[in-house]
Design a protein around this ligand. Structure first.
Ligand SMILES: Cc1cc2nc3c(=O)[nH]c(=O)nc-3n(C[C@H](O)[C@H](O)[C@H](O)COP(=O)(O)O)c2cc1C
Length: 181
């Protein structure tokens, strides 16, 4: 059985509906996993490089779970990459520790899926995730693609019914993620 490492990059899961619900589903339904909640572990943004590298080495599949912030990953997850993906570990002449591992992105957006569609029907999300895809190519990881749910912005949380609908979307999202592994 493959070892799965889930990295949650939300900067404040206490204030999350979609990502929180996705992660709860993964906690319940995913076997053989380790979930790293970066906001809980590193409120001060001081990331434990050795521990995170150790977790990466053990993993066969890495799932990055995050909301889109400014067309990119949140700052804390970006910091994680800056601190953990070091020369000699992930890249460089002797940096082969991530080679062959699979990477999947789980992304939520405030914008609807329709709004993010380009004229050729492809999603703009593919463009936003180019840095991640390039990171995979650079470190020898296999980019497996992404699972994406749109229309879950803060503004839509105006009543119980809407929050319930976001949680339902998140449940389906988690199922799609699990099916992808
Ligand atoms: C700082 C910030 C930046 C955001 N930038 C974007 C963005 O570029 N595009 C977008 O569609 N949504 C954007 N959003 C909306 C979030 O993606 C959305 O609120 C999130 O996916 C909801 O997930 P959650 O319930 O887990 O917080 C942004 C939200 C915040 C707080």
């Amino acid at each position: 059985m493959e070892n799965i490492l889930v990295i949650s990059g939300h900067t404040d899961l206490e204030d999350s509906v979609a990502n929180k619900a996705i992660l709860e589903e993964l906690e319940k339904n995913l076997q053989n996993k380790e979930i790293r909640y970066l906001d809980k572990l590193y409120k001060d943004y001081k990331i434990d490089r050795a521990k995170e590298q150790e977790e990466l080495v053990k993993a066969d599949v890495i799932i990055l779970v995050f909301p889109l912030f400014w067309f990119s990953m949140p700052s804390l997850m970006h910091k994680y990459f800056e601190e953990v993906f070091t020369h000699g570990f992930s890249h460089g002449s002797t940096g082969d520790k991530l080679k062959g591992k699979k990477l999947i992105a789980s992304v939520t957006t405030g914008a609807d899926e329709e709004i993010l569609k380009k004229n050729n029907n492809e999603s703009k999300l593919d463009d936003f995730l180019i840095p991640l895809k390039t990171t995979c190519a650079f470190t020898g990881m296999q980019y497996m693609g992404y699972v994406f749910t749109g229309g879950v912005s803060y503004q839509t949380r105006i009543n119980e019914e809407n929050v319930k609908a976001i949680k339902e979307k998140a449940k389906l999202h988690a199922k799609r993620l699990i099916d992808m592994i």
